[in-house]
Design a protein around this ligand. Structure first.
Ligand code: PEP
Ligand code: MN
Length: 343
């Protein structure tokens, strides 16, 4: 249910409505827009009648949200949500690029990559310290040592750190180093992890599950918002289809579809989405054209020696070239990709 307050309603009116709803057992979420304030109420719908909210002078209307996702929906928050982290905005006119290796492999590797992607115009450094691998015998990540290297790279470059958390027991540790916590495709429906992240005051990058529908994906985001963490960023990273030439099928339709149904920012991962570095720049361009708020891209100083995902990683030179092209596209789209040196 959404309670729409009349224009000009302030804190007193909000509290009056919130008080009544809470008393009737509803969990309450406030969405303050430029024009109006909305109050999302989740609970027993049959009790809404007896509250007679529409009789209050500050209430314009009470509308049910029919979709299963509530807080994630555009009805709850009609304007685009902009997530601010470390002075950077995600979901505004800026295009944000997150770049770095699949896995943090060594201090030198991460510091070299960080300096190069910063120079090329990225604002965020990605890199996994905890790796969810298909095989238990593959490299599982450097753990806390990897997190320390990421934090050192942030100190040296000013880049913000995005890294994956695979286990609810590691949230506190990862959050103590990271600016954004990534939930990987394999964990999109790890509801325990999502519930724990809902109590965190840090943005969560929610990757689409390998075979998740749009609705399942939005419900995963709903888990995070329902616990009070509204800082969720969707990341399309390709899904499994019958095609085997590419690692996954990058489903760019999700960008405008999510923007239609949700207020949350959407970014695209053309690296896991294609599995081939040659396909990354064209699909990154397509993602911006489709309206994505940013990209997360795998970059490695020496992809042929990478311990994971080398085939889909751009080298430093190819990343720089891609960024120059993306900057031009961003400009045409009326958006900006700051920090990219012109030709
Ligand atoms: C990654 O970002 O390195 C990763 C494991 O991604 P995904 O969860 O999308 O497979
Ligand atoms: Mn990877």
């Amino acid at each position: 249910m959404i309670v729409v307050l009349r224009k000009g309603s302030g804190e007193t009116e909000i509290q009056e409505v919130v008080g009544r709803l809470s008393e009737a057992g509803f969990s309450v979420h406030i969405s303050q827009g430029v024009e109006k304030s909305l109050i999302g109420a989740i609970g027993d719908r049959s009790r809404i009648e007896e509250l007679s909210l529409e009789a209050l002078s500050c209430v314009e209307k009470v509308v049910p949200i029919l979709a299963p996702y509530k807080l994630v929906s555009r009805e709850f928050h009609p304007e685009d949500s902009v997530i601010t982290v470390g002075g950077q905005r995600i979901g505004g006119p800026e295009i944000q690029v997150m770049a770095g290796p699949c896995a943090v492999e060594s201090r030198e590797q991460i510091l070299e990559t960080a300096a190069a992607v910063k120079e090329a115009g990225a604002n965020f450094l990605r890199g996994g310290a905890f790796k969810p691998r298909t095989s238990p015998y593959s490299f599982q990540g450097l753990g806390e040592e990897g997190l320390r290297y990421l934090a050192e790279a942030r100190e040296k470059t000013g880049l913000l750190v995005v890294t994956e958390v695979v286990d609810a027991r590691d949230i506190e540790l990862v959050a103590s180093y990271a600016d954004i916590l990534q939930v990987g495709a394999r964990n999109m429906q790890n509801f325990l992890l999502l519930k724990e992240l809902s109590m965190l005051d840090k943005p969560v990058l929610l990757k689409r599950g390998l075979s998740a529908t749009l609705e399942e994906w939005m419900m995963a985001a709903e888990y995070i918002m329902a616990g009070g963490n509204y800082q969720v960023i969707f990341c399309e990273r390709g899904i499994r289809t019958f095609e085997t030439y590419t690692r996954n099928t990058l489903d760019l339709t999700m960008v405008p579809a999510l923007q239609l149904l949700s207020h949350l920012p959407v970014i695209v991962d053309p690296s896991h989405g294609t599995g081939k570095w040659q396909l990354v720049p064209p699909m990154a361009q397509a993602a911006l054209a489709a309206g994505a708020d940013g990209l997360i891209v795998e970059v490695h100083p020496c992809p042929e020696k990478a311990v994971s995902d080398g085939k889909q990683s751009l080298n430093l030179e190819n990343f720089r070239e891609m960024m120059k092209r993306l900057e031009k596209i961003a400009r045409v789209l009326g958006r900006s990709l700051k920090g990219v040196a012109g030709e």
